[in-house]
Design a binder for this molecule. Structure first.
Ligand code: J2J
Length: 543
């Protein structure tokens, strides 16, 4: 599976990462098999009343691999997987790994527009969904998507099938010979936050991802006794791998699945299951901080509370230790690779005021100005990185890759950062055209394109507005054509086009013309300032 579709590390780096023991030649299939052999009876994943042991998970993945093979799935095929935090998620992905087929990790919040694009772009042959989740019927979504996705052979439903194929009918006797899966094969496609239009797809190999699990586990001190609570949607890179659910399984620990991240859903689980570590985004951490005072659950098993995905305010960070009696760990990562952690034994000041340092000694970091020149110590610049688990290019995106990666293979993160003298990273802002809404990433251009499809919209520009709770919200500036539509009408229009709810602008402002930069580009900087002013005024007015 080595082709321009899946850009790969040059041979000298491959040699380096192998020689230095980063890449050890493991696959997800072999990893689960080994754990099942060594500690088969231990619980791997718990979901409410249901639990599955390592041996059961291993066997059920084999059964499902046989069922998928019966449907004609083979090595290299893509399968869009859109499952919430349920045991089936793990059975499905390990079955796919066993066959060498590639899960494409959609999120439960994705809708027709995103799913159709993932299915079409990857020519996926399977689409795996729950029946209903969070008051949404995914079978309706599948029905809308299927006619426009010619390669899609099967929709598979975990739950009541509604005319599609039921996942429960695919657990065959595991008689298929296992496909030959190589550690340097691409294991799955993760999603980028996106900045230019639609999400890019991120090819991660067994070798590189498993290395990131191993390095994360060491830093987070994961072992057989670790109990990881998946409070965020587990398909996302952060709860999947930093160290997340897969790191926990690699360590032989136990993954406890929560349906959502609210204190009502999670606090009882922490107490009952003896959760030792969990991962939150900043808005959820704020809710937890707020709730802790009035709750009675015993949260004393919790040793590490990770917060990442968006910048966590220093003020809130300072409260974590005293409120929860555990260690805060800031996590600054990206599905493209690089993950930074504060270390568990770092001084409190480092933990509350930085976003950590790279997890691997083989991560290479540069902080550069607009001319790709390194900035001085402590100065702000764009973060570039390459290393043993950072991709060298997106899937099928040659043109975009030429812009997003330097000629010597560094990934341009689009994040503006400074480095402390001790080598810790402080996230200072963003150069990419993206809104980070409490950890959920919105590519401005994607939403702008949807707005432009409305016949009363002449032009549109989407920017971020600071928000105390989410960090940022989104604001769309729209130049109307002929008549001025209402904000409600435009939001409804976007919803009907089938985009994930978090991408619908929080605010829509109508404007006669955009401010421009001296180079003639729409000045998003000025628009951001305008949006912040408008929001301030309207907030003041409503107090
Ligand atoms: C500021 N910005 C942050 C932080 C991510 C671990 C943790 C997070 C992600 C993730 C991940 C931030 N402070 N602590 O994949 O494995 C912003 C940056 C970054 C982008 C990546 C993981 N943590 N960010 O959030 O691919 O802008 O991954 O480039 O979704 O989120 O987003 P994503």
């Amino acid at each position: 599976m080595r082709s321009s579709e899946y850009p790969f590390w040059p041979q000298n780096f491959v040699n380096l990462y192998r020689e230095t023991d980063c890449w050890r030649g493991e696959t997800f299939g072999s990893m689960l098999r080994e754990r099942a052999g060594k500690q088969g009876k231990r619980i791997a994943v718990t979901d409410g009343e249901k639990s599955v042991s390592y041996a059961e998970l291993d066997r059920r993945a084999d059964c499902l691999a046989a069922g998928f093979a019966r449907l004609g799935l083979k090595k290299g095929d893509r399968a869009v997987v859109q499952l919430p935090n349920r045991i089936e998620f793990f059975e499905v992905i390990f079955a796919l790994f066993r066959l060498g087929a590639l899960p494409v990790f959609a999120l439960p919040s994705h809708r027709e527009s995103e799913i159709q694009y993932f299915c079409r772009f990857t020519e996926a042959v399977l689409y795996v969904i729950p029946d209903c989740y969070a008051e949404f019927d995914y079978r309706t979504l599948a029905k809308a998507v299927q006619p426009n996705t010619p390669a899609l052979r099967q929709v598979i439903v975990a739950g009541s099938s509604g005319g599609f194929t039921a996942l429960s009918e695919l657990y065959d006797d595991p008689v298929v010979p296992e496909a030959e899966v190589n550690p340097d094969d691409v294991a799955f496609l993760q999603l980028s936050g996106g900045s230019t239009g639609l999400s890019k797809l991120i090819p991660r190999t067994h070798d590189d991802y498993i290395y990131s699990l191993r390095a994360s586990n060491e830093i987070c001190r994961m072992n057989q006794d670790s109990v990881y609570l998946a409070a965020l949607p587990v398909a996302h890179n952060y709860p999947l791998s930093s160290p997340g659910a897969l790191g926990t399984l690699y360590a032989g620990g136990r993954v406890v699945l929560a349906a959502g991240g609210s204190p009502d859903e999670t606090f009882p689980l922490i107490a009952q299951e003896g959760v030792t570590i969990t991962a939150l985004v900043p808005p959820l951490a704020l809710i937890w901080l707020e709730a802790a005072a009035s709750r009675r659950e015993d949260l004393s098993s919790l040793k590490v509370l990770q917060v990442g995905g968006a910048k966590f305010s220093e003020q809130a960070a300072r409260r974590i230790k005293s409120v929860f009696g555990c260690t805060l760990q800031q996590v600054f990562g990206m599905a493209e690779g690089l993950v930074n952690y504060t270390r568990l034994d770092d001084p409190e000041e480092t933990i509350v005021s930085t976003q950590g340092k790279p997890m691997s000694p083989f991560d290479e970091i540069r902080v550069v100005d607009e001319n790709d020149e390194d900035v001085g110590p402590g100065e702000v610049g764009e973060l570039l990185t390459r290393g043993p688990y950072t991709i060298r290019g997106y899937y099928k995106a040659e043109e975009h890759n030429a812009k997003t990666f330097t000629t010597d293979g560094f990934y341009r993160t689009g994040d503006l950062v400074s480095m402390t003298a001790a080598g810790y990273i402080v996230v200072e802002g963003r150069a990419k055209d993206q809104i980070n809404r409490g950890g959920e990433k919105i590519a401005a251009e994607e939403v702008e394109n949807h707005l432009l499809a409305h016949d009363a919209v002449h032009d549109a520009a989407v920017v971020s507005v600071p928000d105390e709770f989410l960090g940022e919200r989104s604001c769309a500036f729209v130049i109307p054509r002929r008549r001025v539509p209402s904000a409600g009408e435009l939001k409804r229009f976007l919803r009907e086009r089938g985009i994930a709810g978090y991408k619908i602008p929080d605010r829509i402002e109508f404007i006669q013309s955009f401010p421009y930069t001296p180079l003639g580009k729409v000045s998003k900087k000025e628009l951001r300032q305008m949006a912040a002013r408008i929001t301030k005024v309207s907030t003041a007015a409503s107090i």
